[in-house]
Write a protein that binds this ligand. Structure first.
Ligand SMILES: NC(=O)C[C@H](N)C(=O)O
Length: 341
């Protein structure tokens, strides 16, 4: 059965009026976009006793990202900071708490993209660092390349002063238990039963978008397996002319479907609303590959798309002083936060 939620059409209240601003590729005359940071904490099952912790985590992340955007004016900072909160949180499969390979090791994937310049950075097989998302950003900003793997990525981490943690530092009791369960059950869809991959998308008042995704991948994966999360167009994409997307779910399906790019192509070329686009693409992917997933997205006008074909997906966003959050289909909890949080 397919699950998802429809968000109420939101009023677009002008809070910042942008001048006509010329970015690299075209002139944008935009107004009435509400700056927003939207995050997800993975699609799948969440144990009932963990739901509140997971909700707390995604809300913290959305708030942190929003605050970063206000402080620095950068959507790239917003998505990086939001994802960093979730990488450091034991309840998510990214950074600390990442799931384990068949050999019992942590190998992490991450990517980040700046929609104003179509710039991106990606890492795979990152080890022993808390924040692969920041390493992905370093690849983008400090090298002539856009994707580094394994030893090369780790060399950059050392050169850039990342703290290199002991091998066991990111491994948790929960991830070890999951690997045991995986080995007994020998299924490849264990992402369905663990809190997941994390991601963020953001837009500022001028229509600049960014996206970021970070994950430990799939429990029991072969060493060297690369998922969708570090692949631009699959797990992550951002383009000011269409919007920003972060995906979660079965990586081998998401990458073959080029899920994030397809969503934005519908918005840009077929005049879909972002919610229609995430629903249709995820339903099609799920029907085609018989594998599930979840998406968060923001279009270039600031409209939001949230959808999942799994049982649950944790998400949260901050827009002005409203903090929204949900886990189940149709859930949309709202709290008002202080301006200075
Ligand atoms: N939980 C997830 O979202 C897993 C991730 N998409 C991967 O396949 O690596």
């Amino acid at each position: 059965m397919l699950h998802g939620l429809r968000l109420p059409q939101r009023l677009l209240l002008p809070i910042v009026k942008c001048q006509t601003i010329t970015w690299g590729r075209r002139s944008l005359a935009k107004d009435a976009i509400l700056p927003t940071v939207l995050v997800h904490g993975g699609a799948g099952h969440i144990d009932a006793d963990k739901v509140e912790c997971v909700k707390f985590g995604v809300k913290q992340a959305a708030q942190r990202g929003y605050k970063a955007m206000l402080e620095t004016g950068s959507t790239l900072d917003a998505v990086e900071q939001a994802v960093m909160v979730l990488e450091a949180d034991i309840h998510f499969n990214a950074g600390f708490g990442s799931v384990l390979t068949q050999d019992g090791n942590v190998e992490m994937d991450a990517s980040i993209m700046d929609g104003s310049r179509l710039e991106g950075g990606c890492v795979t097989m990152a080890r022993n660092i808390m924040h692969p998302i920041s390493l992905a950003r370093c690849v983008m900003e400090k090298t002539n390349y856009r994707f580094l793997a394994g030893d090369g990525a780790m060399r950059l981490a050392k050169e850039e002063g990342f703290e290199i943690l002991p091998k066991s530092a990111l491994i948790t009791e929960a991830s070890q238990k999951l690997l045991k369960v995986f080995k007994i059950s020998n299924t490849d869809t264990l992402y369905n039963v663990v809190p997941g991959t994390v991601g963020a998308v953001a837009i500022d008042a001028c229509g600049n978008v960014a996206a970021a995704t970070s994950t430990g991948g799939l429990t029991g994966k072969l060493s060297g397996r690369v998922g969708d999360s570090p692949i631009l167009g699959a797990g992550t994409y951002a383009d000011n002319e269409a919007g920003a997307v972060s995906a979660t779910g079965h990586g081998e399906s998401i990458m073959r479907y080029n899920l994030s790019s397809r969503v934005l192509a519908l918005v840009r070329h077929k005049d879909y609303s972002i919610q229609e686009a995430v629903e249709e693409m995820l339903q099609n992917m799920t029907a085609h590959f018989k594998q599930t997933g979840g998406l968060i997205a923001i279009d270039h006008r600031g409209q939001l798309g949230i959808y999942f074909t799994t049982e649950l997906m944790s998400w949260a966003y901050q827009q002005g002083n409203e903090l929204h959050c949900g886990v189940e289909v149709g859930e949309d909890e709202v709290v008002i936060v202080d301006d200075d949080t």
